[in-house]
Write a protein that binds this ligand. Sequence first.
Ligand code: PLP
Length: 367
Amino acid sequence: MSKSLDMVRTEVTRLSPYNSGLTIGEVMRRYAPARIAKLGSNENPIGPSPTLVRMMQGGSEMFRLYPDPSGRELRQAIAARHEVEEDQIILGNGSEDLLSVISRAVLRPGDAVVTLYPSFPLHEDYATLMGASVKRVGVKSDLSIDVDALTKAVRERPRMLLFSNPMNPVGSWLSEGDLSRVLDATGDETLIVVDEAYAEYAEGEDYVSSLPLLGRTDRPWMVLRTFSKAFGLAGLRIGFGIACDPELRGLLDRVRTPFNVNGMAQAAALAALADEDHLARVVALARKERARVANFLMDKRLEVAPSRGNFLFFNCRQNASAFVEGLLRQGVIVKPWKQEGFDTYVRVSIGSPSENDHFMAALSQLL
Ligand SMILES: *Cc1c(COP(=O)(O)O)cnc(C)c1O
């Protein structure tokens, strides 16, 4: 056994490396395709609001000075948009930062965390790191969320219920009725954490944010949102959480690093929130293109899950890693799912119309 293996906590050795997908540079080095469609990480093909240029007028002061550690101005804008108190909001260096903060603050060794499966790996990793055990609630055979099983699992009184809605990687979602059922079955001893990274893409269809429902309960809860997806700021690393009350927010605040969100990210997020027209354009394009790509996959007789996110999850009916290599050779980056029971599934992000054409042409070539 190596010396470093002796050094770290056993929980660390139980973690798998994060499957973060290939960069454009890596694919160029490996296959040098004529062009690349990067559809592996659910990024936004249109990008952020063009008003971001204005934010750069902050100039070098933004780089020279420490950022506002409390992110006051941005938290005020978020509070107004979501009709909550400013003191309920905590900013994160991406919402993944907040997943870590919440887990470190709340989880004790031996605690149980209920989550959906297939899962967003970070929903499991921080729990594992803290010595908690992860209880996975698998999707049904039609890839929809198993509400009965989820309700049953929360009745076991886990420390935390943590899931994404819409759900990554599948794209499925809970209706308002089903969400209420799950929340109603959850007791006070469980912190409810709903990761709504894709809510902007889903809202207005038959999807509701958990925020108004949770706001009416007196249970402990957190809702997580991000600027990485519909707002197009994945590279700047900024997300936020809304806590049930200022007390929980204040406690979590002690766990994060004091300057976890840099000044440029704060300014960019403020500009992004102010441009609702841009957001509407991003969402409209994603929905239109998602339907087009889903129809194509169905025409190819591939099973594809209904999705409310900016991505689709489909069964390629062969080892996904090998299949994805065939797409990579043609310059298309998608994500092969590697979790047990789903290793013939692929998640493809919805890109620009030309990126989606590139994906569909490459896939036709393979089949
Ligand atoms: C993309 C994604 C996030 C966002 O992560 P950031 O750290 O904010 O970039 C969070 N949760 C889920 C389920 C996601 O898919």
